[in-house]
Ligand binder design. Sequence first.
Ligand code: MG
Length: 457
Amino acid sequence: MSTSSKYPAIFGTNGIRGVPNSDLTTEFSLEIGKATGSFFKSGNIAMARDTRDTGNMIFNAVSAGIMSTGCCVTDLGVLPTPALQYYCKSKEIPGVVITASHNPPRFNGIKCIANDGTELKREHEEEIEKIYYEKAFVSAGWDKAGSLRYDNNAVDLYLNAIISRVDAEKIRSRNYRVLVDSGNGASYFTTPSLLRRLGCSVVSLNAFPDGMFTSRTSEPRPENLKDLITLMKNGEFNLGIAHDGDADRAVFIDEKGNFIDGDMTLSLVVKSVVKKGDSVVTPISSSDAITEICGAASANLIRTKVGAPIVSRAMIENNARIGGEENGGIIYGEHQYCRDGAMTVALILNLMARDGHKISELISTLPQYFIHKTSVERKKDWKELEAKILAYSESVNVDRADGLKILFEDGWVLLRPSGTEPIIRVYGESRDQKRARELAMEYEALILGLQESPSAL
Ligand code: MG
């Protein structure tokens, strides 16, 4: 992870993650707070948390550390991560959010936000890590310690900004019926509230904040959204929505109860907002449908490595209008340079309202591609496997920007070791559903074979 630091990385691709009272202890959290306050040297740091039961404990440890350095903390309460990010951007102050996103309830995490609302740059995280390892904390005198204040205005600030980015009157005129599944997470208040302000009649599912995520697993995959999908099949709603735990992502169910793949949502949003000459940013893992859409619109498509902060940074550097990932994380540059679930909801409603089309009709206008996703347990060193896979794929083109993307005439396969789990992700894409599956299965079997019998080649 770290390239220049002499210390082991503490921050991963999405901040610090761990199990409270195990590796993410209060003592450690306090020192991360001290290091963060020492780094920012700012008068005020905004803080928020998701609905996890350990949120208050970690929040209090981190905020105590921050205040000991002389910085003040503004407590925004339970909020989606993008709402905290928008607050930081509009007040031009840094922030810290206590969240483990979609991870199971035993986890929690600490994520630092820069004063433009984006995830902190890696080199700044390294500076915080250096302060932590060297215990070079700023210690304010007793009369200079920071104080804790509260601000209840973050939700209004956030929702008003989102509403200002869409044709709210048009959406209101459609009187949509919307079903939203917050999955006990941080969007339990914000997304239903946004929808009501957009004139929708809203039915909320799992909208009680519950840090144990008792209603469903926090990752918004179709297998975890059975209740939402079943209710959508009744045909009474125009749109079904589900978020992950910290609501930086949104996924959708059409009016017939079909789950809409994240790639399709991203393609649809890109298609609806992109204009000639615009820049669009997405990782190499998302669909060729986006390539096709950008080509048709004469827009400039920039492919990056996988990871939302990488996409955000590339968007800032290229002044991109829109970007995002295939997992339902969409970044709308005009609003803010981070994934934002509620903003995505408003963009989809805006698109539906524009010409009065149903969401399924809009999806049917997209170039049709199929992605088959699977994963294999990683038992061997990736570099070793990579060399063997390359030898196997000798006669075809390979993109090595992130993992191995093997390009065929009728599709591609992406093989990537996960940064957080001991698995290798396998994606196969083709215009033909059977071929997409075949490609993914072929390489899944190859990796399994190479790990069981390394002399297979
Ligand atoms: Mg998330």
